[in-house]
Design a protein around this ligand. Structure first.
Ligand code: HEC
Length: 120
């Protein structure tokens, strides 16, 4: 009887291992990108956390302000915003500097572009 119990513990532990390694798989989690990406809900908070410290309205770095909807849309559409955020942290041109954005954050930005720059 005791033997069976040990077996049970062994398989229970094995099961939890498999589960753990699954959550550590490569790439961003599938639910990373919300169904509808909007400027107000998703993009603006992202800019405020990672960008507007330097690209704010007062003395913006490179003369690029990323505060309003129009500013961020134009920089994404006509500028190189997505190029810079996707550079590896080792590249001196990466944005934010020496960091870049995570795959998940870049996917959210790409989805915003693909969905046509939804504002609200
Ligand atoms: C610590 C300050 C700092 C932060 C934070 C920062 N940047 Fe920058 N950014 C700069 C500086 C300085 C430059 C000009 C030098 C250069 O081109 O690399 C620049 C340049 C850029 C340019 C090129 C502008 C042009 O006209 O060529 C883009 C696009 C850009 N940043 C986007 C972003 C985005 C998007 C974020 C947030 C994800 C961000 N930056 C965060 C300092 C910053």
């Amino acid at each position: 009887m005791k033997k069976y119990f040990v077996f049970f513990i062994f398989f229970a532990a094995l099961g939890s291992c498999t589960y753990d390694s699954k959550s550590l798989s490569d790439g961003p989690p599938e639910d990373c990108v919300p169904e509808t990406v909007t400027f107000t809900k998703d993009i603006q908070p992202l800019m405020n956390t990672y960008c507007t410290g330097c690209h704010g309205n007062t003395f913006p770095s490179a003369g690029l302000s990323l505060v309003t909807y129009a500013q961020v849309r134009d920089a994404t559409e006509n500028g190189n915003l997505l190029v810079r955020t996707q550079l590896p942290s080792s590249n001196p041109q990466s944005m934010p500097p020496s960091a870049g954005l995570s795959d998940c954050k870049n996917e959210i930005l790409q989805a915003w572009v693909a969905q046509g720059f939804v504002e609200n």
